[in-house]
Design a protein around this ligand. Sequence first.
Ligand SMILES: Cc1cc2nc3c(=O)[nH]c(=O)nc-3n(C[C@H](O)[C@H](O)[C@H](O)COP(=O)(O)OP(=O)(O)OC[C@H]3O[C@@H](n4cnc5c(N)ncnc54)[C@H](O)[C@@H]3O)c2cc1C
Length: 455
Amino acid sequence: MADSKAKLEKLCSQLASLELEHSLKGTEGKEPRFWVVAAPRSVSDVASFVKAAQSLACSVSVVGGNHSGYGGLGDLVLEMEHHFTGIAADVTSNLVRAEAGVKLKSLAAKAAESELVVPLGTAPTVGVGLILQGGVGHSTRRLGLALDAIHSLQLVTAWGEVLTLSSDSSDEHKDLFWAVCGCGPNFGVVTSLELKASKLKSCRATRRVFHVPSESPSEAASVVQRYMLRSQSLPRDCCADCCLYLADGSIQVGIYDFNLGCEVPPVDAGSAESVLELVDEGLNPVQLMDIEPYLCEQPPGVAHRGFLSSRRFFTRALFFGRDADISEALVERLLKAPSRHCYFHFQHMGGAVADGSSLSSAFLARDAEWSLVITAAWTEDEEDCSFWVREVVKVLLPLALGCYATDLGPDPEDVELARQTFGAHAERLLLLKQKWDPNNMFRHGFPLSQLGEAA
Ligand SMILES: Cc1cc2nc3c(=O)[nH]c(=O)nc-3n(C[C@H](O)[C@H](O)[C@H](O)COP(=O)(O)OP(=O)(O)OC[C@H]3O[C@@H](n4cnc5c(N)ncnc54)[C@H](O)[C@@H]3O)c2cc1C
């Protein structure tokens, strides 16, 4: 520990000599830790910070929207939200340019001002980490993943070199672009992105919640199965999410249509009783974020907006194809959940996700119809319930197409999941990692280099 503090003190004196603002932080206690925090003001600042860290073998991590918890783990932590907040939409080229500290809601709002939409995620405060690793939201079926929309990006490499990358770059930079689109946090600091935008369409959101007594698990499984069958038959202009959770002593299945103006078959929930039905017309992506069902509709105490500040949570997401037979397993596991705050969220994919190619990004699960987000949440007074997510993932993984990269970090239990994330792409990613970040400076998010060690 004394060594690491001494190394960081050296880093601080080097940063001071470069007149780069920073501060040394530390925590005492059983596992004391020290790190240096900085809020770069420009791309050349980012390059200088990275070069200084490289010269002293310090690791670097980046905080974007801060939703993963991994951005703060480096020896040097670069916080982008303070000075990298620019967003501009260009209606001539249909491109939206965003700096690395922006949040999804501001990005969606800026695009909407110009009647444009970019495929993003559904939560307003998430940041660029989502775009670099996937990005599933209500526009995914129509427009693809958020990373499919990346036209070009600016990257500061582990050597402090500033590169502009796109699919039109020359060979080695084209390869690097491929890797950053899917596994970005492992390859450098992205300072800005140009995102392809499409014409905005207004959305009709229909939110229904069905109630099934806990004594009838097979009926609940049948509602989920019917949801899965219906959702995969929908046109690309309609996306249907589903949440499965416990409330009021019963199983609740929320089915949420986000329809951009097409004819769709009615929701079929068998004989399950409908306890809520809400319809909102004419919504844009910003308004959709404000009514995100998993935050608004579920009863307080599940994943409700009012509960967010006082809960801890743990999430992993698996991708499933159309024929996944998982409804009974989900209900069975939900009924055994250690806390009433545990839930499943099907984020609807399919459609344009399959149009993306393995040649254009490292993202692998192109046949995914859903990203199933498995979340345990608990209050500070309750027992840590993350073990439930780990158990469910173990049961479901053999039936899945793969695991979503965004949630995975340095926890040794994530390495097995990481192996199921990039599949056949892992070898190419490891070669590129060796080339562009041989000292593994960017190592605190997705555990890419550990795949090499385990191989
Ligand atoms: C409440 C909530 C809602 C979510 N909703 C969705 C959703 O609808 N769809 C979806 O697909 N996912 C969703 N996610 C998952 C989300 O995509 C990941 O948590 C993502 O990693 C968050 O990115 P961030 O920038 O907010 O977080 P951060 O923790 O800041 O960043 C995540 C990772 O990316 C790295 N990173 C961030 N910025 C940069 C940069 N500029 N350059 C290089 N590396 C960088 C960080 O170092 C870290 O490793 C959600 C997560 C939460 C907690």
